[in-house]
Design a binder for this molecule. Structure first.
Ligand SMILES: Nc1nc2c(c(=O)[nH]1)N[C@H]1C(S)=C(S)[C@@H](COP(=O)(O)OP(=O)(O)OC[C@H]3O[C@@H](n4cnc5c(=O)[nH]c(N)nc54)[C@H](O)[C@@H]3O)O[C@H]1N2
Ligand SMILES: Nc1nc2c(c(=O)[nH]1)N[C@H]1C(S)=C(S)[C@@H](COP(=O)(O)OP(=O)(O)OC[C@H]3O[C@@H](n4cnc5c(=O)[nH]c(N)nc54)[C@H](O)[C@@H]3O)O[C@H]1N2
Ligand code: SF4
Ligand SMILES: [Mo]
Length: 708
């Protein structure tokens, strides 16, 4: 038995440190590496060997033989497949122009080096600004069209001037932790939950805000259940109490904010009872929560996807930041810490043409395209099917299962089927692959050497096993395609090249390669930097916004024609906005809360994990179920105005009356039968989006249930 200690888990990008047992070069078992704060193992990690050796893994390049959608392919050599890929894309370029080429990267591109060299969701100065940029296409896109950017870019940049990654909950020093629209228990990696657990053991108060009683609600001292998609109204109700009761930090408001008076006027357009009624809470609960937020000096906040998928998700998140600002809880110990990250140097010149064209989606979501410098993938179908704003004809998709992840599956399937040339790089034969011209097999992280960041430290990722079949590392596949298109040098071609470019210099790269670990002491923490300088590039005091203030009223949003204040918008498909439709679809449909056993569409073919949760579930309240004659474990049809999809009922009072929650991720034929037929995104709508981010409203729609 070969035992390897303190290596990085290779199942997901989480970066947990584990010990592995190997025999004859094969992974046998995996354990958490005790003693390290990053030594964790989630339930999926426990099934690492089944995931690594899953018979569903792609092992050879495939070239399509039959009609699109049929799934008939032949195996090819890498040389043949890569030449064919380059030819296919060049043909599209020659026929329709460079702008007709698009790239898209999903969750499967989150291995650190893939993200660093292909990543686009945040301006990183190591990455090429889009795979087809050197040919002159502005159309790089990614899963940031549907995840993270509202919380990571749009809300924080328009309010505080920083990226979300630079606004950190100081969980270790807090007296009160608010967990809002996120579930650190199921969401992996498990580090944040551990920190919360430690805090709880020290007696720190935990408050959770969700749309149903999740397991983090059960851990919390208090929890509040809102009607899906209405957190904006709750936040404004809290702000009303904070302002009416003068709980705010007067000096901070005077010196460091713009828009306070306008916000107060806007909030007073409704009574507290009215704000409360919209969100499904009582005025006295909002009053109590506001007082609790103000009471403790060290109140911190963690929030995420539960807030991103409503019609005003960006404004909701801005309203929540405003609560912390008014309470004077920014950049103080135990509160929300602010950082200004210094980008690493770029050591390699990137070949890149600046396109004169606007990317797809710039017309509808100009701020999205400006701040991310990418195309909006929600507008991909219309570009293919309607040539709007111009035709997209070629797509390179790395690590995304588009047909299970994007709303209105049929429309995306139609778009994929109409492409002239479509290439998929994945580990499994997803539903998307059926429409591909070429499918290229990617390695798991167990099969590659790389690096991960643990706080400010850098750890080398060791190769644990040799690549399966002919699978190759993503960034090398990308290098090979780029080489054939004339710009291979944009991407590293070997391990040292990766490390040198990633770390910004040769010495660090050699050190990491030699020692496996580089400790970099974080800079000494300075608090209240808005008073002293340290947040802005010019070194002056203030926030890095145009006004130098915390912008309750955002000048950037106004510049783009959006309301500057964090105004509330009722979900456009809700019992309040559509009473007629509600007669046919009386339940609020929420989709996609994380489950521990899957990772979006992934692992729904792994027997051990499926034992824990075999079927895709729809959670429904006991009374709502009884009305429909539904019992726990029944097969039911979930019907939305778009389609009907089969799920298995979980009848429980943990789901409040009037709300349901369905699991997402199903819909690929390599998954087990019950998941393969249950694609939640057949129920969702690609035309119902947050007006700023263009994120689809995946968590505030209408539906009904029928027993099958
Ligand atoms: N209705 C509804 N829809 C949703 C959501 C929701 O809550 N509700 N959530 C949204 C969110 S938050 C997100 S992030 C998106 C996720 O959208 P996707 O990015 O499509 O996420 P996954 O389903 O995880 O698909 C990842 C794909 O990458 C492959 N893969 C994994 N690792 C690698 C790798 O190292 N290399 C390569 N080449 N491929 C790899 C996997 O096999 C899988 O096919 O879905 C969104 N869609
Ligand atoms: N095990 C596992 N881990 C994952 C993933 C996975 O698929 N599986 N996906 C990864 C991805 S792509 C992402 S983006 C992150 C996301 O990480 P999280 O955002 O933490 O994901 P969830 O656990 O779904 O937590 C979202 C919470 O918001 C709640 N919620 C839904 N609608 C509303 C609402 O209207 N208001 C409020 N207040 N709450 C609401 C949901 O019930 C849920 O409890 O997790 C990552 N980690
Ligand atoms: S979260 Fe789970 S699967 Fe991901 S790296 Fe950590 S242990 Fe592995
Ligand atoms: Mo996500």
């Amino acid at each position: 038995m070969d035992v390897r200690k303190a290596v990085i888990c290779g199942v997901c990008p989480g970066g947990c440190m584990v010990d592995v047992h190997l025999k004859d070069g094969k992974l046998i078992d995996i354990f958490p590496h005790k003693g390290s704060p990053f030594g964790a193992l989630c339930v999926r990690g426990e099934f690492a060997k089944d995931i690594l050796y899953s018979p569903d893994r792609l092992k050879k390049p495939l070239i399509r033989m039959g009609k699109k959608g049929k799934g008939e392919f032949r195996e090819a050599t890498w040389e043949e497949a890569l030449d064919y890929v380059a030819e296919g894309f060049m043909k599209v370029k020659n026929e329709y122009g460079s702008r007709s080429l698009m790239s898209h990267m999903g969750r499967g591109g989150f291995e650190q080096s893939t993200t660093d060299f292909m990543g686009i969701s945040e301006p990183r100065n190591r990455a090429v600004p889009g795979f087809f940029a050197p040919l002159g296409s502005p159309n790089a896109s990614g899963v940031g069209s549907i995840c993270y950017n509202s919380i990571g870019i749009f809300a924080p940049i328009t309010t505080i001037g920083l990226y979300g990654t630079n606004i950190l909950p100081d969980i270790a020093n807090a007296d009160h932790i608010v967990v809002w629209g996120t579930n650190p228990i199921t969401n992996s990696p498990p580090f944040q939950f551990r920190a919360i657990l430690n805090a709880k053991n020290k007696g720190v108060r935990i408050t959770a805000i969700d749309h149903y009683k999740t397991n983090i609600c059960k851990y919390a001292d208090d929890y509040y259940l809102v009607r899906s998609g209405t957190d904006g109204a709750l936040a404004l109700g809290l702000l009303k109490v904070i302002i009416d009761e003068r709980l705010y930090d007067q000096a901070f408001v005077n010196n460091w904010t713009v828009g306070f008076a306008e916000l107060r006027d806007y909030i007073n357009s409704k009574t507290l009872e009215e704000w409360a009624a919209i969100s499904g809470l009582k005025a006295k609960d909002i009053n109590r929560l506001a007082r609790q937020l103000a009471a403790k000096e060290k109140t911190t906040l963690t929030m995420y996807t539960g807030l991103e998928y409503s019609n005003s998700g960006v404004q909701t998140i801005r309203a929540i930041y405003t609560i912390w600002a008014l309470l004077g809880k920014l950049d103080k110990p135990g509160c929300l810490l602010l950082d200004s990250k210094v980008n690493m140097e770029r050591i390699k010149e990137i070949i890149c043409a600046k396109s004169a064209e606007e990317p797809v989606g710039a017309k509808e979501y100009p701020l999205f395209c400006e701040l991310t410098q990418t195309a909006h993938f929600l507008k991909f179908p219309q570009a293919v099917l309607k040539d709007d704003p111009y035709p997209i004809r070629g797509l390179l998709n790395l690590g995304s299962s588009i047909l299970t992840s994007y709303p209105n599956t049929y429309r995306y399937a139609e778009a994929l089927s109409k492409l002239d040339f479509f290439v998929v790089i994945d580990r499994c034969f997803t539903e998307d692959c059926k429409y591909a011209d070429v499918v290229l097999p990617a390695t798991t992280y167990f099969e590659i050497e790389s690096y991960v960041f643990h706080g400010s430290n850098i750890k080398k990722r060791e190769r644990i096993v040799e690549p399966l079949g002919e699978a190759r590392r993503d960034i090398f596949i990308i290098h090979e395609i780029a080489k054939r298109l004339g710009y291979g040098d944009n991407y590293p071609r070997d391990q040292m090249g990766i490390l040198e470019r990633a770390l910004g210099n040769k010495e660090l790269a050699e050190q990491l390669n030699r020692e496996g670990f580089i400790k970099i002491a974080p800079p000494e923490r300075i608090f209240k930097k808005y008073e002293k300088g340290g947040l802005r590039k010019d070194g002056k005091p203030g926030f890095p916004t145009p006004s130098r203030k915390f912008e309750i009223k955002s000048s950037l949003l106004e510049k783009y024609g959006y309301p500057g204040l964090p105004e509330y918008v009722e979900p456009t498909e809700s019992p309040l906005s559509q009473p007629e439709l509600t007669k046919t679809y009386p339940l609020v449909l929420n989709t996609g809360t994380r489950i521990m056993t899957s990772f979006r569409s992934q692992f729904l073919n792994i027997a051990g994990l499926l034992k824990i949760q075999p079927d895709p579930l729809v959670w429904i309240n006991t009374k709502d179920a009884k009305k429909r004659n539904i019992e726990d474990g029944d097969k039911v049809l979930v019907k939305s105005p778009r389609d009907g999809v089969e799920f298995v009922a979980k009848v429980t009072d943990e789901m409040p009356p009037g709300e349901v929650e369905v699991n997402m991720g199903g819909g690929s034929s390599y998954q087990t039968e019950s998941w393969a037929k249950s694609n939640a995104n057949r129920l969702t709508d690609d035309n119902n989006c947050d007006y700023i981010s263009g994120f689809p409203v995946l968590k505030a729609l209408l539906c009904d249930l029928e027993k099958l």
